[in-house]
Design a protein around this ligand. Sequence first.
Ligand SMILES: [Zn+2]
Length: 97
Amino acid sequence: MSGSVYKLKCPDCQQAMRVRNSVGQHLLLRSIYFQCTNVNCGSTYRGQMEITHVISPSACPNPEINLPVADATIRQAAIQREQSRQMDIDDLISHGQ
Ligand SMILES: [Zn+2]
């Protein structure tokens, strides 16, 4: 069995979920397929990962993308998450196309 273990828990048995695959829908949205790591559960799910705000603007902006700038609450949450290193985005997206 391959795939990254993600921080998301199975909604049924509460065990860790593994990312089995992900598919890009467009530049701001990916569909993600999860599998429960509990062999006695065996459930699978589909979810989404979406880019919703700019926290720090790009030096190479895409003129086709116009996202809202994050407010102070979102920026503070991003700083706290960066410090706690809750998840590795590279692991999450490396299993899809
Ligand atoms: Zn489960």
